[in-house]
Design a protein around this ligand. Structure first.
Ligand SMILES: Cc1cc2nc3c(=O)[nH]c(=O)nc-3n(C[C@H](O)[C@H](O)[C@H](O)COP(=O)(O)OP(=O)(O)OC[C@H]3O[C@@H](n4cnc5c(N)ncnc54)[C@H](O)[C@@H]3O)c2cc1C
Length: 466
């Protein structure tokens, strides 16, 4: 049992990847470290529990990566996907540091496995955690415990005492022991975004946010982020920007995880509740486009859409928790989806008539496309004509928000007056907006947490010693 009356060198708030990387790094740098994880032990690890892979730069193929992914290529990808809305200096720093993370994370006990196949096409760029995010976290927790990091679960931080940019103490609330004051020389905030706080989302999205599903932990309510911003830390990022994908509308409100995500868009078409298509389903290869579909569905009436495909492709993508809804005819499928049968028949007939067939290959930008319809389907267009007809209803699945605390290259928070905080650092989702102004490419969430977690821990330990 941790003695919470002593003053720690470094207090880490959060229990996911960013927090654990920070805690291990601070401890290895000689600091006494306390981790306060708001969730109970079984649910420890926030959104990190659901992850599968991380994107790191590397100059050559490895045991599990099929080829090089240079710093330059990573930067090009990031520049394109954010449309330039990124802090170039910080992003390039992260990319450079990510090279070393591939080895560093293994030294902390994490193991890799070869890439998953399906429609992910990530074998060259992303390293997959052996056993997934939970196994990855188990390794990090084990290492942290062995090193002597103190960890408390069910430990929600409900207030922060900050004066003139300097952290003094945190107020801890525990189910049995009640509230107590925790003192530390430096703070690392790694408590995630505010995606699980529907009321906060509503401030920007209005009532539509009631129809959002939250893919990850219900514990990321943004309380620490809010306290920091209210107490003088500079914010960064657009509050409406987030990582959001199309997930099955039948998924639970929170924590449905990866098994509710649909990767079948490129194999069919997507219609809204009026049975109308609304976006090019074949715009770019899926890992570069899957993260726009949450926002696209959020912009549709009642925030609902339907991925429609036919029996010829049903085994082409990874199955999810929910089976597709089936109809022997398009009209029967429409009736089951509560769509207007005539409208869906018309949309599919127009789409089929517009298809110009080519050589189908979902791993490249192939020549199967439509002609003469709006929106077009620019690749992978094939007629929907083999019964049974199938559909997944989808809603916006919010993964994590981008509004965050501004940081510098030491992962040190920057105050509203532009000065660096005396002793406060941030890592992970809570500062993701520094790198991600908008957009996403698979695996960057874990890169942000690992790189800035490691830096934050090291710098917080150094800060505490001085
Ligand atoms: C389904 C799903 C799949 C994903 N797959 C991938 C993937 O394969 N690759 C990838 O790079 N990214 C992926 N992501 C994104 C990734 O999960 C996040 O970017 C990453 O885990 C963020 O790490 P973090 O440590 O910042 O936050 P988290 O892991 O979410 O940790 C935040 C922690 O803060 C704690 N906390 C919150 N408030 C308080 C408080 N007041 N007091 C104390 N503790 C508090 C929470 O309990 C939690 O432990 C996925 C996300 C989801 C939801």
């Amino acid at each position: 049992m941790a003695d919470l009356t002593v003053k720690f060198d470094v207090l880490v708030i959060g229990g996911g990847n960013a927090a654990l990387c920070a805690a291990i790094s601070a401890r290895r740098a000689g600091a006494s470290v306390l981790v306060l994880e708001g969730a109970p032990k079984f649910y420890r690890g926030g959104n990190t529990r659901h992850t599968r892979n991380m994107r790191c730069a590397h100059d050559a193929a490895t045991d599990i990566l099929t080829g090089p992914y240079t710093e330059e290529e990573f930067w090009d990808d990031l520049l394109r996907l954010t449309g330039g809305q990124t802090d170039e200096e910080l992003a390039k720093f992260m990319i450079r540091e990510s090279k070393d993370i591939l080895n560093w994370i293994v030294e902390q006990g994490v193991r890799w496995q070869p890439s998953l196949g399906g429609t992910l096409s990530l074998g060259r760029t992303n390293s997959f955690f052996l056993g997934g995010g939970r196994a990855m976290l188990n390794a990090l927790y084990l290492t942290a415990e062995k090193l002597g990091v103190e960890i408390v679960y069910d430990a929600e931080v409900i207030d922060l005492d900050i004066e003139h940019g300097m952290f003094l103490s945190a107020k801890l609330k525990q189910p049995i022991d009640g509230t107590s004051e925790i003192r530390a020389s430096a703070l690392v905030a790694a408590a995630g975004g505010f995606e699980a706080n529907i009321e906060w989302l509503k401030e920007y999205w209005g009532e539509a946010a009631d129809n959002f599903l939250i893919r990850g932990t219900p514990y990321n309510r943004g309380s620490i982020l809010k306290m920091l911003l209210d107490k003088g830390v500079q914010d960064i990022g657009d509050p409406t920007q987030c990582h959001a994908v199309a997930i099955d509308a039948r998924a639970p409100k929170f924590d449905g995880g990866i098994i509710t995500r649909h990767d079948s868009v490129v194999f069919g078409i997507v219609v809204n509740k009026h049975a109308q298509r609304f976006y090019d389903e074949g715009e770019d290869i899926w890992p570069k486009r899957y993260a726009i579909w949450g926002r696209l569905v959020a912009a549709q009436p009642d925030q609902i859409a339907y991925i429609i495909f036919d029996a010829s492709v049903r085994n082409s993508f990874m199955p999810t928790l929910f089976p597709p809804i089936e109809g022997g005819s398009i009209a029967e499928l429409a009736t089951k989806l509560e769509l207007d049968p005539a409208a869906l028949e018309k949309t599919i007939a127009e789409f089929n008539a517009a298809v110009r067939s080519g050589t189908f290959d979902h791993t490249i930008l192939d020549d199967c496309r439509t002609e003469g319809i709006t929106p077009p389907k620019t690749h992978w267009a094939r007629r929907i004509e083999t019964p049974p007809y199938l559909a997944y209803p989808v809603r916006p699945g919010i993964t994590f928000t981008y509004l965050g605390t501004r940081v510098n290259r030491q992962a040190r928070m920057v105050m509203k007056d532009g000065k660096p905080s005396a002793n406060m650092f941030a890592a992970g989702e809570i500062m993701a907006g520094n790198v991600l102004g908008k957009g996403y490419a698979a695996g960057i969430g874990m890169t942000i947490g690992s790189v800035f977690g490691r830096v934050a821990g090291r710098e917080a330990a150094k800060n505490a010693r001085n």
